[in-house]
Design a protein around this ligand. Structure first.
Ligand code: NAD
Ligand code: WQD
Length: 340
C-alpha cells in the first residue's frame, strides 16, 4: 500500500514509518515540522535504507492540505499530525481545537475527494477520562470526564470520523487509543525528542539519567496503587508501530476502535527502578503534590486488538528503558546539534 503519514516526522510517525517500510509499504510523510525535525526523517531514511518522500505543509490550512494531497496516489492515511501537550492545551485551548480538529477535517475531505478509503487515527486512552473500571476495554464510555482540551480534541475527532464515515461508506477507519508510548528504535537513531521540559515521565527520567535535568518530581504518592504513585500502561513504541500496520492491513469499511496497550500497569517508582537498572545511573527524585487532572491508574484491556488484529505487545518496560537510554545517551540533545 502507499500510505500517507501525516505528522510522520514525529515520535510515533518515524517509528511507524520504519515498520511500514519493513513490511514493503510505500510511504509519504506530510508534516509542518512544528514539533519535529527534518533530521528525524534523515535518520528514518538511514534505518530503512532509502529516502523518505516528505511534503512540508500545515494540514490545518485547507488549501495547503489540498496542495499536499494533490498528485498523491495513496491507498491509506495514518493521521498522526496534531498538537499533544496536555498542559499547553489548557493554556491555549483554541489553538489546540483549531489545529487538531481542522487538520482532521481537511484530511477527511481530501481522502473523500481522492477516493482514499483507509484511515488510521492516533487517538488516546485519554478519551476514557477517569476510568470506571480497570482494565479499560473499548466499550468504556468515551468523552465523559475528560480533563483537558487536548483530550477533548481526541474525543471530538473520534466522533467526527464516525460521522464522516457515514457519508463515505467505503471508508475503513480505525481509531487507535494509545496508552503510554515509550522507548525508541533499537538502533538509537530515532526516539522521542520533546522540546523544552518534558511533560511525560519517561523522557524526563531519561534526561535525569543523562545529566540534563537534576531531579525528577514524582507527582503524588498517595494514590490507591501498589506504592502510592500513578500507574500507567507503558507500551514500547516499536510495538505501537506494529499495531498501526496490523490496524491498516486488517481494516474494513466502517469504524473500529482499539486499545493499544500491554495490559500491564507500572507505577512511577517502578519506571524509575527499571530505568536505573537499564542505564546503570541513579535517578534522583522527590515526591511533590499530585498533578492536576491526573488519574490514579490507567491500564488497557488489549484483548480486542489481540484477537481482531492479531497483534500483541512483545516488548517489556525493561526493553523500553534500554532503548530509551540507548537513544538518550547517544543523542543527549535529541536531533539538535547542541542546546535544547
Ligand atoms: P509528535 O509531536 O512527535 O508528532 C506529531 C507530528 O505532527 C509532528 O511531527 C508535528 O510537526 C506534526 N504536526 C503538528 N501539527 C501539524 C499540522 N498542522 N500540519 C502538519 N503536521 C503537523 O507526537 P507523537 O508523540 O508522535 O504523537 C503522534 C500522534 O499520536 C498525535 O496525534 C498525538 O496526539 C497522538 N498520541 C500521542 C501519545 C504520546 O504519548 N506520544 C499518546 C496518545 C496519542
Ligand atoms: C505518567 C505518570 C504522572 C511526569 C499523558 C497524556 C495522555 C497521553 C500520554 C497523549 C503519571 C507521572 C509524570 C513527571 C511524574 N498523551 N509523572 N513526574 O499523564 O499518563 O498521559 O501522556 O495522548 O493523553 O495525558 O503520561 O508520562 O505524563 O505521566 O510523576 O515529571 O508519571 O503523574 O502518573 P500520562 P505522563
Amino acid at each position: 500500500m502507499h500510505v500517507i503519514l501525516t505528522g510522520g516526522a514525529g515520535y510515533i510517525g518515524t517509528h511507524t514509518a520504519v515498520v511500514l517500510a519493513e513490511r514493503g509499504h510505500e510511504i509519504t510523510v506530510i508534516d509542518d515540522f512544528s514539533n519535529s525535525s527534518p533530521v528525524a526523517l534523515q535518520r528514518t531514511a538511514e534505518i530503512i535504507g532509502r529516502e523518505v518522500r516528505v511534503i512540508e505543509a500545515d494540514l490545518a490550512d485547507r488549501e495547503a492540505a489540498r496542495a499536499a494531497f494533490s498528485g498523491l496516489d495513496a491507498d491509506a492515511v495514518i493521521h498522526f499530525a496534531g498538537l499533544k501537550a496536555v498542559g499547553e492545551s489548557v493554556a491555549e485551548p483554541t489553538r489546540y481545537y483549531r489545529v487538531n480538529i481542522d487538520s482532521t477535517i481537511n484530511v477527511l475531505d481530501q481522502m473523500r475527494e481522492r477516493g482514499i478509503n483507509r484511515l488510521v487515527f492516533s487517538s488516546s486512552a485519554t478519551v476514557y477520562g477517569n476510568p470506571e473500571k480497570l482494565p479499560i476495554d473499548e466499550s468504556h464510555r468515551v468523552g465523559v470526564g475528560v480533563t483537558n482540551p487536548y483530550g477533548w480534541t481526541k474525543a471530538m475527532i473520534e466522533q467526527i470520523i464516525r460521522d464522516a464515515q457515514k457519508i463515505h461508506p467505503e471508508l475503513a477507519a480505525v481509531l487507535l487509543r494509545y496508552f503510554n508510548p515509550v522507548g525508541a528504535h533499537p538502533s538509537g537513531l530515532i526516539g522521542e525528542d520533546p522540546s523544552g521540559i518534558p511533560n511525560n515521565l519517561m523522557p524526563f527520567v531519561a534526561q535525569v539519567a543523562v545529566g540534563k535535568r537534576e531531579q525528577l518530581s514524582v507527582f503524588g504518592d498517595s494514590y490507591p496503587t501498589v506504592d502510592g504513585t500513578g500507574v500507567r500502561d507503558y507500551i514500547h513504541v516499536m510495538d505501537l508501530a506494529a499495531g498501526h500496520v496490523a490496524a491498516l492491513e486488517n481494516s474494513k469499511p466502517g469504524v473500529a476502535a482499539y486499545n493499544l496497550g500491554s495490559g500491564t500497569g507500572s507505577s512511577v517508582l517502578e519506571v524509575v527502578a527499571a530505568f536505573e537498572a537499564a542505564s546503570g545511573r541513579k535517578i534522583d527524585y522527590r515526591i511533590v503534590p499530585a498533578r492536576a487532572g491526573d488519574v490514579a491508574e490507567m491500564v488497557a484491556d488489549p484483548h480486542k486488538a489481540n484477537t481482531e488484529l492479531g497483534w500483541r505487545t512483545e516488548l517489556t518496560l525493561a526493553d523500553a528503558c534500554r532503548d530509551s537510554w540507548n537513544w538518550q545517551s547517544a543523542n543527549p540533545n535529541g536531533y539538535a546539534e547542541q542546546g535544547e
